[in-house]
Design a protein around this ligand. Sequence first.
Ligand code: GDP
Ligand code: CA
Length: 335
Amino acid sequence: MQITVLSGGVGGARFVRGLLLALRQRRSAAGVDGVSGGAESAPDTVTVIGNTGDDITIFGLRVCPDLDSLLYTLGGGVDEDQGWGRAADTHELMGELGALGVQPQWFGLGDKDLATHVARSLWLGQGLSLSQVTARLASRWGLPDQGVVLLPVTDTPIETHVVIGGDDGQERAIHFQEWWVKERAAVLAHRFTVAGLGQATPAPGVLEAIRGADVVVLPPSNPVVSIGIILGVPGVRDALRGARAPIIGVSPLIGGHPVRGHADACLAPLGVEVSAAGVAGLYDDFLRGWLVDDADASASYPAGVTVRHLDLLMRDLDGAARIAGAALDLAEQLR
Ligand code: GDP
Ligand code: CA
């Protein structure tokens, strides 16, 4: 099976890790991986198309937070409590930069994590595309061995900005990370803009992965600043509308609240209801199946979208695999 996932950072990465487990469980239940007499079949491929709107240049280094969360989570190197950054990292370099008065200090970068950004920046500077750089990093984290292809949605640098009201009443735009990390999304967002988006083209393989998939999954990722950015890259949304595969989404909201992060503060400026139904409405031109939490079973959803309800909290890897399995089951029913 060829499965394509459109992903943000932490929510998407945890879901994909569960998806890989669900696929392994299915193959072993079907005897496909058994040495004695299991039916031969081609391995599954999971293509993850990652959001790059969160990307930022800090200390001259290119940082791609969502791609890195995917790399570290799928590669077994993530800080599990945070959900991002490297496990057991130290912060010596940031400390020294702080002592030198170098800003910003609000964006925490651990020492091991910084090695990723140094390598990425070096390779980009040598003329490699972000896709090529991401492929190198993916090899370091063993993604190809797991049947995972990680693609940035675009090689064109794009950056999500948040338009807020200044103290003088004048609007001004700040980088998404400044709003999300420094301000904790507590400053009212008027709207989101994405620098570079109009000129962006999908990275090599992105449209093919959507068109050629057996199933396309939208994991529980932020609908505005993760999935919304991917959908905004010219050509991506049209490819989804024309995809032969069923497109299945998993709600990032449970009972009208984000599980983590500030998706509510992102939906408000769009005038979209902060609910599983509101998010489904953002995708109703291509969505075929929608998984919601049991708490959201009785809401009304866009016509033409098949809704299933279950416990949608990814408490652990098994929980994520259970939800991913439900997405695969629904795709099977809709195929
Ligand atoms: P980010 O880029 O790190 O913010 O991560 P994503 O965009 O991939 O995912 C963030 C979204 O995942 C948030 O809106 C969360 O509500 C959602 N999320 C996180 N954990 C869970 C979970 O266990 N279940 C569900 N249904 N959603 C979750
Ligand atoms: Ca993100």
